[in-house]
Design a protein around this ligand. Sequence first.
Ligand code: NAP
Length: 259
Amino acid sequence: MDAKQNMLSQEMLSLAGEVALVTGASRGIGAATAEALARAGANVVLNYRSSGEEAEALAARLAEGGVRTMAAGADIGDSAQVSAMIEKVDSELGQVSVLVNNAGITRDALLVRLSEEDFDSVIATSLRGAFLCSKAVVRGMIRARKGVIINVSSVVGRRGNAGQANYAAAKAGLIGLTRSLARELGPRGVRVNAVAPGYVETDMTARLTDIMKEQIVKNTPLGRLAAPADVARVIAFLASPAAAYITGAVIPVDGGLGI
Ligand code: NAP
């Protein structure tokens, strides 16, 4: 191994020439991830479902850094919309080489009050969406013998949470999806990993009460909630050549909450 391969250099963290698709990139962790990947030199597709203006504005800002970007609307739980989005990306930016399955929703309720609709909608976005997007890009990755898929799971997928059976099932499902695809696609040159964030300051956690937040901070060894960038940096690392020998991993990014 020469000295260059041996060191964690800027070059090893570079994503220049990659085409990265981030689902749910109009805000929160997805927006921070799109920014981190663009800063590392990737051309970035920002998927959204309804927040088109936000996604367009972020895409325009990131393009000022010299990379190519596009905003792409699609409900990732809908296979026809996913196929149409990938066709558009293929023709405008080229084949996706980095996929971040980030989009997710919560519909919290205790089991006795949890409706079938709220169970299904959380699974449709957070689990089925990752399956559909992975399936839509994987042929190109296999042909290129190169690609990276990163799934955004949660500490809740590892530990469960009262009132979040639907969300926890989806996030635990993503861990199974990650490990299975890592086994299936490793021999084809495609790496598949997951991050499992703790509580991150985004719209999703904005509805937690101050008392709940205090309790979470108390149980978190690093003593704070995460910023979206805390998670985005780990995703950018996993996407980079520096993580060339990591596949099937579920990396907690939770300040120690899940220990
Ligand atoms: P957020 O601020 O609520 O943003 C969610 C994003 O997902 C938005 O861009 C939204 O776009 C998009 N989205 C929702 N449903 C979609 C669909 N069907 N198709 C396409 N896009 C869709 O969420 P966040 O907190 O950043 O969370 C991002 C991911 O991290 C989620 O998977 C979440 O479960 C996970 N996570 C979050 C935390 C946390 O504490 N925040 C902790 C662990 C894991 P529109 O606005 O256009 O709908």
